[in-house]
Design a protein. Structure first.
Length: 301
């Protein structure tokens, strides 16, 4: 489905990104495997993970090259895209998968913990996407696949930085889809459910937490790759601006923010009439303070 397409995948040295790289190469794509080789917290640097995935692809008869540049800086993000252009002469798809975690309850979160996560997830997605945009625009085609999370779409404890970045990525994807539609460029999000080293940081101290972790362990990272391959292919040419979630063998189409209910008063509102009329009329449609596991509370299929 991806014969001769050139695809850049960030954070592809392991987990979901590695499975994307292997699946896309197996479907004929030429892949730039980008990974800084850091820890889950974004510490250290190692070119080994990206190179090992490249060697796996080449051993299977595919075409790939490694990139160890950071997505979190504009200049290095441009080098990632330029690597594809220099090696293969074009770029057809960007998969923004790179990420780190610095989990902390909001009231304890440091400015550095906030900035580092925003830099990799949100700024990194913008930098790499923006670096590829002129090539997509000039060739009249292109595809973006961004990784979001139910931590942003729904909510989770102790992840204000990650959740804000991941919901910001949804808005970025929609803006790209709108701004670049006239150039036949599409942009979509995937929210993955799978056991990976990032998810491996979830606490598992209480029986409820342990049960949740065991449920997630049954969700393989490789289950997400087929949707990504489809979105990157010409078969997905009319799919743009959407948010998908993948959980084992389930694929979900997630909702966008839209009005639920409205109230009006011809004379306008006062604080008192808001309290006595508006809020009672709207309260039945309020969302509870749910977390991801409260909404997706059944076993994966």
């Amino acid at each position: 489905m991806l014969q001769e397409k050139v695809i850049v995948i960030t954070g592809a040295g392991g987990g979901i990104g590695r499975d994307f790289a292997l699946a896309m190469a197996a479907n004929g794509a030429r892949v730039v495997v980008n990974d800084l080789g850091t820890s889950v917290q974004g510490e250290g640097r190692d070119a080994g993970p990206a190179q090992r995935v490249v060697e796996e692809i080449r051993a299977a008869g595919g075409t790939a090259l490694a990139s160890a540049d950071s997505v979190a800086e504009w200049e290095s993000a441009n080098r990632i895209v330029k690597a594809a252009i220099d090696a293969f002469g074009r770029i057809d798809c960007v998969v923004n998968n790179a990420g780190i975690l610095r989990d902390r309850f909001f009231f304890n979160m440091s400015v550095e913990e906030w900035r580092s996560v925003i830099d990799v997830h949100l700024n990194g997605s913008f930098y790499v996407s923006r670096a590829a945009a002129p090539y997509f625009k000039s060739q009249g085609s292109g595809c973006y696949i961004h990784m979001t999370s139910t931590s942003g779409l729904i909510g989770n404890l102790g992840q204000a930085n990650y959740a804000a970045a991941k919901l910001g990525i949804v808005a970025l994807s929609k803006s790209i889809a709108l701004d670049m539609a006239k150039f036949n460029v599409r942009s979509n999000c995937i929210s993955p459910f799978a056991w990976s080293r990032m998810i491996g940081t979830i606490p598992s101290e209480t029986p409820e937490q342990q049960a949740r972790v065991e449920r997630i362990k049954r969700m393989e990272t490789s289950k997400i790759a087929p949707l990504a391959v489809f979105l990157a292919s010409d078969a997905g040419r009319d799919v743009s601006g959407q948010i998908f979630a993948v959980r084992a063998n389930e694929i979900f189409l997630m909702s966008h923010n839209r009005p639920l209910r409205s109230v009006q008063r011809s004379e306008g509102w006062t604080p008192q009439s808001v309290a006595g009329h508006a809020i009672p009329a709207l309260r039945a449609h309020f969302y509870p303070l749910e977390r991801s596991q409260d909404v997706f509370n059944w076993d994966p299929v």
